[in-house]
Design a protein around this ligand. Structure first.
Ligand SMILES: [Cu+2]
Length: 187
């Protein structure tokens, strides 16, 4: 005799499969709930944008900082940047006028040295370098755990500054990254 499953058995298998699916869905929902209730700390949905301008005052794109469960995703979209690597940091004062130096030094609440690769660093404003393509555009996503919304939006705010050269992530005070070529206030 061939083993043909009867209708009852097929229906039972279907019920078992549905139960498995339901369990998988509820486990997934619990994981989402756990991620949203990260008691470890600083989960939030803060979002800040800096409209970037060059030394001529022309708009050249934006930097968006979006908070996740463990830090800020930093999305950089620029044009008109000299091709190659450039340091980018979060400076401690939210102004770019009368010139970009008005944005002060890096956010640095614990008085640490500059540099993601510096044993005595990093400061809170440190970020990985960005790289401009041959056509002068930058499309980058960075991530930082070194700041929180209160630091970014303290009494005098903060600003994103892009530098002329590569940040070596070690030398003081700014990793040899040179002059300031673009600036935007975080809002
Ligand atoms: Cu800087």
């Amino acid at each position: 005799m061939t083993a043909t499953p009867d209708r009852g058995r097929i229906a039972k298998q279907a019920r078992v499969r549905n139960l498995g699916f339901a369990l998988a869905v509820s486990v997934a929902l619990m994981l989402v709930a756990a991620a949203c209730n990260n008691d470890g700390g600083n989960w939030g949905d803060a979002r800040f944008t800096a409209e970037m301008r060059n030394l001529e005052g022309e708009p050249i794109g934006s930097v968006v900082m979006q908070q996740g469960s463990g830090g800020f995703l930093v999305t950089v979209m620029l044009e008109g940047i000299e091709p190659g690597p450039h340091g980018i940091h979060i400076h401690s004062v939210g102004t770019c006028t009368p010139d970009f130096k008005a944005s002060g030094g890096h956010i640095n609440v614990d008085n640490r040295q500059h540099g993601l690769l510096n044993p005595a660093g990093p400061d809170n404003g440190d970020l990985p370098n960005i790289y401009a393509a041959a056509d002068g555009t930058v499309q980058a996503e960075l991530f930082t755990t070194l700041v929180d919304p209160d630091l970014l939006m303290d009494d005098d705010g903060s600003a994103i500054v892009i530098h002329e050269n590569r940040d070596d992530h070690n030398a003081q005070p700014i990793g040899g990254s040179g002059g300031r070529i673009a600036c935007g206030v975080l809002n």
